[in-house]
Design a protein around this ligand. Sequence first.
Ligand SMILES: Nc1nc2c(ncn2[C@@H]2O[C@H](COP(=O)(O)OP(=O)(O)OP(=O)(O)O)[C@@H](O)[C@H]2O)c(=O)[nH]1
Ligand SMILES: [Zn+2]
Length: 371
Amino acid sequence: MTLEDIGWNKTWEELFAPYYKQGWQPARLTRDNKIAYGALVGDGEEYEAIMSGKVYHDAETDAELPAVGDWVALDVGDEGEEHVIRARLPRHTCFSRKMAGKSTEEQVLAANVDVVVVVTDAGTDFSLGRMERYFTLIKRSGAKAVVLVNKSDLYEKEDNEEAAAEIQELNPDADVFITCANKKRTLSVLRQYLKKGQTVTLIGSSGVGKSSILNQLLGDEYQWTDDVNELTGKGRHTTTARELIILPKGGVLIDNPGIKEVQMWTDEKTLREGFLDIEELALQCRFSDCKHGKDAGCAIRAALEAEQLDPRRYESYLLLDEEIEKLRQSRRKRQMTVERRSKRELKSKVRQYEKRRDPDHELEPRERRQR
Ligand SMILES: Nc1nc2c(ncn2[C@@H]2O[C@H](COP(=O)(O)OP(=O)(O)OP(=O)(O)O)[C@@H](O)[C@H]2O)c(=O)[nH]1
Ligand SMILES: [Zn+2]
């Protein structure tokens, strides 16, 4: 592995000049465990690194702290010493979300991502509203937007094409493709983005086929599930799990829990924005902590009394937080189903593997003797 394989180029090289003089090395961050980071250097070595006090104090917001995908200046310590991140290079792109409620708080999901691939389908998952949100996030990040209308085998050709056309109309800058994760050749369109040094991330609803697509890209050998790998005992969410992965045929892929939640978060926002008028009304209440009950000067009560606000809509608004919690729970439930399924699949793989090693494995003792 070289630095170029993971995205290093002339621009970074020039930016790094002052740090070379200090004897520091360029490194790309592969994971962020808040206290420690994984830092990958040119010879393929991955160090456990900590932030210097300066980097920490110079960051005015959390978003300025080092994040997965960032290029940093790494001060590699001698044996028994800490490895320290001395500086973070400016970001080429920044895929982030603004925290719900606190609109000023930004959470960086991945830095220096070149391409964000959104996976959807022409059926149950199709939503231009959600797609628009994704496009907003991607545009703000500075990355290229690519959309896969997946599961093409499940829908009529015309439906897939219509879905793709509508998405294309929403964003003429995006590249839109129709794919089927089970037909590997339909995924070859992704090759143009998965070039040496290019960094890609995949987003989209649960169940839309992201893992299936990844598995195709990674080849059969790679274990890509949330499960604990029964062969190595290592899960993706253990502290050692890497969030930045070098693909076997070139390209870098970033995936982490934050990126996985982008879909849930955009759905929550969509739900909330359906009630913007009521939130605006609430801002006009006399007291900022108005409970909209008997409080004096309540704008919502006034609107209800003046029949300017439909009481049923107001009721749904009151249930919004509950709705959102339901959304979260159903996602968690789905996640568990998915995990159980992949665990089953993994178990059967392990069984097949054992059978191959020991063909008599599942035969009855009597049959074994006869062989
Ligand atoms: N028919 C069909 N099924 C697909 C296709 N892509 C994925 N699937 C199936 O859809 C189900 C969900 O796919 P996943 O790859 O686990 O979906 P995901 O987006 O990774 O879901 P999460 O891990 O929950 O985020 C699996 O049973 C896949 O086999 C496709 O193109 N066609
Ligand atoms: Zn009120």
